[in-house]
Write a protein that binds this ligand. Sequence first.
Ligand code: NAG
Ligand code: NAG
Ligand code: NAG
Ligand code: NAG
Ligand code: NAG
Ligand code: NAG
Ligand code: NAG
Ligand code: NAG
Length: 688
Amino acid sequence: MASSFHKGFIRAPTIFFVMLYVVTSIRQQETITVAYPSLDPCSNYTVLDEPWRASRNQSSVYYMCDGCVTWSGWYRLFINSLNAQIPDTCIVQYSCGTDIPLWIRGGHPRVQDGVVTRDVCGHWNNDCCYNGSYPIKVKACPGNYYVYELISPTKCSAYCAVKNITLPEGCTEQTTLKCLQNLLEQIENITAQELPVNTVVDILNTVFNTTEKILESLSTASPAELASYGNRVLKASEKLISTLVKPTATNDSVSFTLAALDVEVFMVGPNVTLEKIPQLETTNSSVDIDLIGIAKNNNKTRSAAVAFMSYVTMMEKLLKPDFFKTLNNTIKTMMSTVISATLPKTTNTTLTKPVNFTFRHIREFDPSGSLSCVYWNISEWIVDGCSVLKTNSSYTVCSCVHLSTFALIMQTSRPRESDPLLELLNLVCVIVGLVFFSLALLTFALCQWSPGVNNEARINICISLLLAHLLFLLTQQFLSLIRRQQVLCAVISGLLHFLFLSGFVWMFIEGVLLFICVKNLSQISSKKRKVLSTGFLCVIGYVVALVVVCVSVGLVPDGYGSEHCWIKLDNVWSFLGPVCVILALNMILFVCIIIWLNLSLTKLNADVSQLKKNKVMVFKTLAQFVVLGCPWILGFFINGSKELEIIFLILNSQQGTFIFLIYCVLNNEVRQQYRKFFRCLCCGHKKD
Ligand SMILES: *[C@@H]1O[C@H](CO)[C@@H](O)[C@H](O)[C@H]1NC(C)=O
Ligand SMILES: *[C@@H]1O[C@H](CO)[C@@H](O)[C@H](O)[C@H]1NC(C)=O
Ligand SMILES: *[C@@H]1O[C@H](CO)[C@@H](O)[C@H](O)[C@H]1NC(C)=O
Ligand SMILES: *[C@@H]1O[C@H](CO)[C@@H](O)[C@H](O)[C@H]1NC(C)=O
Ligand SMILES: *[C@@H]1O[C@H](CO)[C@@H](O)[C@H](O)[C@H]1NC(C)=O
Ligand SMILES: *[C@@H]1O[C@H](CO)[C@@H](O)[C@H](O)[C@H]1NC(C)=O
Ligand SMILES: *[C@@H]1O[C@H](CO)[C@@H](O)[C@H](O)[C@H]1NC(C)=O
Ligand SMILES: *[C@@H]1O[C@H](CO)[C@@H](O)[C@H](O)[C@H]1NC(C)=O
């Protein structure tokens, strides 16, 4: 018939011809439909979705009754746009908002089983199949969903629907790895392009709660396994979040905060008027991205979306900072939350500008550590393409030229494992040093010295250093106890600072006294002598050190109380600075003294024996200066070398021994007195 029309109107105006062609095409199509009335139910079904199902859950007043519904043909069930199915195990009475919830007996078919028949059962009165059985047709469809040919149930009962994405049976009581695997697989199988926020929130909560529960059992997993779970959880959340992206003409955003993660989604469309999108902010991190530029690059849609996720600390247990492999063997600490940034449903994801992430440090920043902005590439954290833009003690800005999952990792050097032998050596050395300090002190105080010998400075050097070493020894022995008291620890480190410094100041005073002595003792007027009296020296010796400590406390209030109750590393110059100044001044003094001595030698009338004495004195003081000062300089260069550390330890602890050797053992007068003393001791012994 169509072709005869065609022939008859072959010379008719074109417009008429076209109209008729359209009419005939439609008629042809209708003919085909009529010719094949029953299509595959997998492509011809009615959708039952929220609020149809959801309204039932809220009805506590009246019960749903599917018997009153006129059913016809095949149905596919959804809950909040998520695939749902009729349960195939007995379900709790009164659930699904009805008296007698209906489920199907015999399980769901597979795709290759085609259309099957299943009995429908209702749960009533402790009978799981109370309502007898009336069969319905069920078919599994490719794409992991089912269609049902529903019919009116006989009693006032209703078909139940359960979300496809639920924890498998038994997983709420005992969560195992299998539960998480199943859950993740279900999410991987989701085909929905868009989901409501509520649904996404529900699933994300389930995923993270399940992950949290099995973290314990994952603690024994191999790194590869951990990384693989981390990847799957990341992928699942990225996929779910991407379903929140909906087409928009201008711009739109979605954000929510869960216990396990913060989410921000921002979409822009072709008619966007913004110059630049606002910073996407979560509690502990934020991102700057040129989404407008990216949207412009998408010629076809002129739209783009960015999803920004910030995971709480749980994620770092899967994507451990140890997955950051570096050449040096350092301790890696996660300094930020793990974040992900993606461009979902955006065709051209090329970045027009680097993205900038601002991380708030979630742990205390160790100034000696080094920070790295890293991204996750399936199996490890790597730096490629990311760099630290700027940093301060509480924030770091990272810049990256691509998107994925990022974090900020701090590397600190590994504290050396304590060496018991080294500790014993330290203990013995320090005790020996202390004994000799005490002996030297006794000798200075009790021996009779020839007039003109001024032991003032030496006694005070010994007192300061003796106390300092004693305090240091006690602190190190009870470190674990003391460290708990942060204030005590800080006070001790301040006291140590003061004692060691005053030792050095006294050393300088000794140099000055020597200089005066060498220059010409007899020329010192009584007024000058008075100036150099004990009280005045004490004021200088101790007050200078005290002032330095006070200034240091004022400038860097929390510079004291390191791990070893010593000055913190960033404040160490408050000690080394004055020490270096004193060492330099002393050096100059000695050069002057030696020049002066040489000049005196050329004078014929000089008192040769006095000169000789002075020379010996100068060399002794020089030796003392080298012995007391140089270990600290050596201390600079330790830097992990064990040999240097042992040398430092011995030199530093034996200061007392050296002083004793130089001033007591190598001094004729003192040696004689010792001999006398020992003879007396022996005599007394014999007399007994
Ligand atoms: C879908 O199936 C119903 C009955 O099952 C039928 O009436 C209808 O014509 C079908 N629709 C199409 C487009 O085939
Ligand atoms: C996911 O889909 C695959 C293939 O379609 C199927 O074999 C698997 O059972 C599905 N997994 C779940 C948990 O539904
Ligand atoms: C997940 O855990 C949180 C608290 O631990 C709880 O409030 C929430 O209801 C849980 N969500 C799910 C889906 O189990
Ligand atoms: C990130 O910082 C760099 C350097 O300051 C800047 O060139 C770039 O434009 C910034 N990116 C964004 C998206 O603001
Ligand atoms: C690790 O080594 C690199 C170069 O080899 C160096 O730049 C970096 O500072 C080292 N990091 C630490 C924490 O020692
Ligand atoms: C943000 O960081 C603080 C520590 O700085 C932490 O206590 C808090 O849990 C973090 N919040 C989120 C959502 O990550
Ligand atoms: C991740 O980085 C490693 C080391 O740079 C590289 O060998 C590997 O191919 C990368 N993997 C991916 C998926 O990019
Ligand atoms: C650190 O940097 C952040 C952002 O760059 C800034 O908001 C904060 O005030 C800075 N803090 C300090 C102590 O400088």
